[in-house]
Design a protein around this ligand. Structure first.
Ligand code: F6R
Length: 608
């Protein structure tokens, strides 16, 4: 949902801002722009479309200066266009602003500013910010930004520069991420760590309502009452290579291949055969666990699909009722939660606005919150009572892959931790699950080794316009994820159904040649699934089945089969999702789509 960067130093700001934006394009790519101070003047260059358009423009008219801000946009208020692109300036051009978030009261502010004589040129909510800063500006940029921000409702990470204070950059955040990078006499702001990793690994993680004032002599952090804030420097342990493509053509393919390692890293030091499940990062006590009588899992998109797997797994291993909900629905109904409820919040980015709101809502109602997130220092990680990090490493492709499988691993770990503490299953059963979990990285490698079979299947079906994904039990949960992957990166319409549900309506859509992808990994359900497959083949469907090695009887019923290495039923989603990720990837490539940056999407959804 938009990425912002800023730089104050001794070198030319322009290439540094552009490089930072290139690492943030996953957050939005409807337009891009930079504003740079040249002596006592702010020069802005911005345009619709990908960053490369801006680079082209800049190569003809380079901007000079050592202090600047930059933006890559995912459009909310106002269509993608040159005028709506950020940075936005005050009407006299002395203040320039980049913004990630949404200003909810922008129309009132806009009317009020118009009544004071201000003129607007864009359709954005953001343009009120430079105008407001300008309204309050009286020779002190920090004071003006503080006053302006006190009038804003909504979410924002802002970078602000002023031509009358040419060596200064002021930034602030509320409910949108922002970090500060500390180099040698050079300082950065950015929406996410990869944007600055080529320059420094020393950063400040900002809290809500904290302001940053950067000049060439250093960085000052202020709270909203103007008092100075002291903060520890966070050292980023991963390096810039982790956020590069590493020889793969696309981030998505690289991230699909990183899954065995990500699974292993997420289990390391938590699952060991000779020790109980150890969760250093979760402080919940045995007594607190005893007190819990219901679990809620809340998330969005792919993370929600991981939550559906969580329901099956936790109910089976812990014997406790689990509800799963989409965060944007959860927050606007009256969920029955109290101090006996455990909330599990799942979010790769840890910044998804609806998920964060659900977290806050559940805390306000007294629930204990465990967060599963991939981003250290993210809002979700900071606001939850306990955090279980997925060690997937940076996920850059918009379509989530390695984050999903590590979210599954985190769920297995939490389920085992609860089962161990509540004695709901025997030690032998726990050991058996642990043993199987530890084998998953190798099994995931095996699936990747068979990717050519998926490639060939993709070549046969990439021209389809509608596809069905079917499954029962955990295969249904994976079908939902497979269908989402296909839709988002190949733009093919698809539906995921529980195998037994199809005959209650949607089977009317099956006709000669309809392609159906059927998951059949769950031992107890394979026969039932074969019956459901027959229901569609009888009506002319072409079926690709994903099943475990040994289930050869399925071959008689379907057109093609992909065999998956045998794993325990509850762990099957970790291996069965991989062919579906690959299928979506190969279809997207064959159709010539932009795999890593699908249309209309952004990686981190920090607006409602
Ligand atoms: C799909 C995808 C999205 C995210 C969703 C939640 O591939 O990536 O559906 O899963 O936007 O994002 P996080 O996990 O960051 O809260």
């Amino acid at each position: 949902m938009c990425g912002i960067v800023g730089f104050v130093g001794k070198k030319d700001a322009s290439p540094i801002l552009i490089e930072g934006l290139s690492k943030l394009e996953y957050r939005g790519y409807d337009s891009a722009g930079v504003a740079i101070i040249d002596n006592d003047h702010i020069n802005v260059m911005k345009c619709k479309g990908r960053l490369k358009n801006l680079q082209k423009k800049l190569s003809g008219h380079p901007l000079k200066g050592i202090v600047g801000i930059g933006h890559t946009r995912w459009a909310t208020h106002g269509k993608p266009s040159d005028l709506n692109a950020h940075p936005h300036n005050s009407q006299d051009g002395i203040i320039s602003v980049v913004h990630n978030g949404i200003i909810e009261n922008y129309s009132q502010l806009r009317e009020w500013l118009i009544s004071k004589g201000y003129k607007f040129v864009s359709e954005t909510d953001t343009e009120v910010i430079p105008q407001l800063v300008n309204y309050f500006y009286n020779g002190d940029l920090v004071e003006a930004v503080m006053k302006a921000v006190s009038k804003l409702r909504g979410s924002y990470a802002l970078g602000v520069i002023c031509s009358k204070e040419p060596g200064k950059l002021v930034a602030v955040r509320k409910d949108s991420p922002l970090i500060v990078g500390l180099g040698e006499g050079e300082y950065y702001i950015a929406s996410d760590i990869p944007a600055i990793l080529n320059h420094t690994r020393e950063i400040y993680l900002l809290n809500n309502n904290e302001f940053v004032v950067i000049t060439e002599s250093g960085v000052k952090l202020l709270s909203d009452d103007g008092s100075e804030v002291k903060k520890d420097i966070y050292h980023v342990t991963w390096n810039a290579n982790a956020a590069e493509k590493g020889g793969f053509e696309h981030f998505m393919m690289k991230e699909i291949h990183e899954q065995p390692k990500a699974i292993k890293d997420t289990m390391t030091s938590r699952i060991m055969m000779d020790k109980p499940i150890t969760l250093d990062d979760i402080k919940i006590t045995k007594d607190e666990i005893k007190n819990i009588d219901k679990i809620y899992i809340v998330a969005c998109g792919t993370a929600y699909h991981a939550g559906i797997v969580g329901k099956y797994v936790i109910e089976k291993l812990v014997g406790m009722p689990v509800e799963v909900d989409i965060a944007s629905e959860f927050r606007y109904r009256e969920p029955i939660i109290n101090e006996r409820t455990l909330m599990i919040i799942i979010s790769q980015s840890g910044e998804t606005a609806d998920t964060l709101a659900a977290l806050r809502e559940s805390k306000a109602r007294g629930a204990r919150v465990i967060a599963i997130t991939n981003v250290v220092g993210s809002s979700v990680s900071r606001e939850a009572d306990d955090v279980l990090y997925t060690w997937a490493g940076p996920e850059i492709a918009v379509a989530s892959t390695k984050a999903y499988v590590t979210q599954l691993i985190a769920i297995y770990i939490i389920a085992l931790f609860f089962a161990q503490n509540k004695n709901t299953i025997s030690k032998e059963e726990i050991d058996e699950i642990k043993r199987e979990l530890l084998r998953l990285p190798i099994k995931a490698e095996e699936v990747l080794g068979n990717k050519e079979a998926i490639h060939e299947f993709a070549a046969k079906i990439f021209k389809e316009e509608d596809l069905f994904f079917l499954g029962r039990g955990l295969d249904y949960a994976v079908a939902l994820e497979g269908s989402l992957k296909l839709k988002e990166i190949s733009y093919i319409h698809s539906e995921a159904y529980a195998g037994g549900e199809l005959k209650h309506g949607p089977i009317a859509l099956i006709e000669d040649g309809t392609v159906v992808i059927a998951g059949a990994t769950q031992e107890k359900l394979v026969e039932k699934m074969i019956s459901n497959i027959k229901e569609v083949t009888t009506r002319g469907a072409k079926v690709l089945a994903l099943t475990s090695e040994g289930n050869n009887e399925i071959e008689e019923t379907v057109d093609s089969v992909i065999y998956l290495p045998k794993v325990m039923d509850i762990l099957a989603p970790v291996v069965s999702v991989i062919p579906l990720q690959l299928l979506a990837y190969y279809i997207s490539i064959q159709k010539g789509c932009d795999v890593d940056k699908p249309r209309n999407l952004a990686k981190s959804v920090t607006v409602e």
